[in-house]
Design a protein around this ligand. Sequence first.
Ligand SMILES: Cc1ncc(COP(=O)(O)O)c(C=O)c1O
Length: 358
Amino acid sequence: MREWNFSAGPSVISAEVLKEVQSELLEFKESGMSVMEMSHRSDIFSDISNNAKKDLINLLKVPDDYDVLFLQGGATHQFSMIAFNYKHLSSTADYVTTGSWTKKAFYEATKIFDPNEVFKSDEDICKKVPNIEELRLSKNAAYLHYCPNETIEGVAFHEIPKIDTPLIADMSSVILSEPLEVNKFSIIYAGAQKNIGPAGLTIVIINKEFMEMGNKNLPNILKYSEHSKSNSMLNTPPTFSWYIAGKVFKWMINLGGLDYFEKQNKLKASLLYNFIDNSDFYENTIDASSRSIMNVPFNLKESKFEEKFLSEALNNGLLNLKGHRSVGGMRASIYNAMPLEGVKDLIKFMDYFKSKNN
Ligand SMILES: Cc1ncc(COP(=O)(O)O)c(C=O)c1O
């Protein structure tokens, strides 16, 4: 039986999508084989891959002067690929570190050149994202890297920084959750395993002019321009993840696209945060202006109840609520494919648990 899965990633995929995949698993459209068994260069897979790309472009309204790449390597691979491609443009690049993933991105970049950490929280966990005035920007940075939604800490930017430096964003846990002004960015990247589909696929949306400024002397596998030239088929792409991502995009379009998901996501998040804020049993310590609409970390004010909370939640069909090992506590990831009903059931359980243990 499928239960409510609050995992941070890999995470819930709509049952509708999975059933469609199931019905095509053994044989895809009279091809005599599964998508898993097809050549990535076959006509039939080209239809699948081109349609998925087209649908993603439509969903995000990606402008013509951008390309969309379907790569391997995860978001983590982008941490170094970005630095390798653009370190020759300047002596530095600016990094805003608001949580675990941006710290990792910054650390990887330090192995490649001399990036500048332009913001660092004074606290162990950043509770409020900085505004522009708080960034100690470099004069000629090659780019500014930030993460609009830190998956582990649940701290998020709700506005795009207004700066002249080329903007690069790790949108792994927030892409497709709401409409996005793609033209404000030089590169947007995201691992697929939250709002896009199964792990193994990484989406890169890149401004073509910025792409051509990439270091020409890199191995092909590290060059955005080579991946673009080969339509993301420089080597074998993650074909099955790409196919399922295409199904997710169609599912999203049929439900009303990003406007629909933005409304749903804001509603789900506000229900959960309101419940937590009005309770004397649970707490979320992130500043209200910087709270994530995708990942909602919370603590029980009395930590002695944590194990009991998790095991009873599990018995009530609420899976993967344990916070990341680095921060502890609980975390409910409520991505696009988590229905409102799932969040309401979580709140009902939290209320019940509180009444029994308070
Ligand atoms: C914001 C963010 N960046 C980067 C990563 C790393 O992604 P991957 O495991 O695909 O390399 C994650 C994974 O959860 C993430 O949430």
